[in-house]
Design a protein around this ligand. Structure first.
Ligand SMILES: Cc1ncc(COP(=O)(O)O)c(C=O)c1O
Length: 312
């Protein structure tokens, strides 16, 4: 009979908070006292710091990673009749936004060792309707951006990097989100750079794209109450910006720690027959742990039989 089961949570966001509680509490109280809750100097300050961290010239903060991807497609004028190549192994937001702008998501299979888009299969999926590719740097592991940028250049395609799970990761010593035309980030609380609510950002080196994004995120408006086009309400609030400014200072240390913990697990898990730990790429870190269990179905039946026998 199974007596007790110790459950290890996948993550414990409260534990991280306790390490920076004093700084965060002081910053939150300051925002509350300021009366400036949406946009303003704290958001602008965070945009500058996040741009510098990612070695780009522009950062436009918004309300979520989903909005970041949606706004990126809008700014690149991708819509009805267009095709966008992406991975099927991601959170739904990546393909959802392609459909939301009226375009068609075209899925290319993943590489079994990295779980990322198999770049070698992309060329076969390109048609005259293809306008962009959205690579997802899944679980903190960078996509092969050198090959991807070469494909994009030869077919005149835009690259929108989905960096929602990979803030701080690098490909060939370049930060993800600084290599494609735009980079899209999520600050959802469980992300490696997570706020205490929803949040997102778009990075780019193109000032014209950044200007257009700022208009789109604010109801299509450059000047208050003058609306040039149909936009959305996707502004970052000052509380999130204040918290994210603090967390950004610790991010590299936290990413290193994730790498160490993942390596510790894999050292032992790789000894279990049937478990194939994914390959860690240089510049990557494991944002979420993930393994490939090659005999899953067979083992699941065996496991079920044992459990049934125990009467659990
Ligand atoms: C790969 C990926 N893309 C996009 C998103 C969307 O981000 P958000 O939840 O901030 O809208 C997520 C979030 O889970 C994600 O994991």
């Amino acid at each position: 009979m199974i007596q007790s089961v110790n459950t290890i949570p996948a993550f414990d966001i409260k534990q991280q908070y306790t390490t920076i509680e004093a700084e965060v509490s002081a910053a939150v109280l300051e925002v509350l006292a300021s009366g400036r809750y949406i946009g303003g100097p704290l958001v602008e300050g965070f945009e500058q710091q996040f741009a510098a961290y990612n070695t780009v010239t522009e950062c436009v903060a918004c309300n979520s990673g989903t909005d970041a991807l949606y706004l990126a497609l809008r700014v690149l004028e991708i819509g009805a009749g267009d095709e966008v190549i992406t991975t099927p192994f991601t959170f739904i937001a990546t393909s959802e936004v392609i459909s939301a702008v009226g375009a068609k998501p075209v899925f290319v299979d993943i590489d079994a060792t990295t779980f990322n888009l198999d770049v070698e299969q992309i060329a076969a999926a390109i048609t005259p309707k293809t306008k962009a590719i959205i690579p997802v740097h899944l679980f903190g592991q960078p996509v092969d951006m050198t090959s991807l940028m070469a494909i994009a250049q030869s077919h005149n395609l835009s690259i929108i990097e989905d960096c929602a799970q990979s803030t701080g990761a690098r490909w060939a010593d370049q930060k993800v989100g600084s290599i494609g035309h735009v980079g899209c980030f999520s600050f959802y609380p469980t992300k490696n750079l997570g706020g205490c609510g929803d949040g997102g950002a778009i990075t780019t080196n193109d000032p014209a794209i950044a200007t257009k994004l700022r208009i789109l995120r604010d109801h299509g408006s450059r000047i208050r109450y003058l609306h040039e086009e149909i936009g959305v309400n996707s502004r970052l609030d000052a509380l999130q910006a204040a918290i994210l400014q603090i967390k950004l200072r610790y991010l590299d240390i936290w990413n290193d720690r994730r790498r160490d913990i993942a390596n510790y697990y894999y050292q032992f898990l790789s000894q279990v027959p049937g478990i194939v730990p994914p390959q860690e790429l240089p510049g990557g870190y494991w944002g979420m742990e993930s393994i490939h269990y090659s005999h899953f179905r067979r083992r699941a039946k065996w496991f079920y039989r044992q459990i049934s026998r125990l009467g659990a």
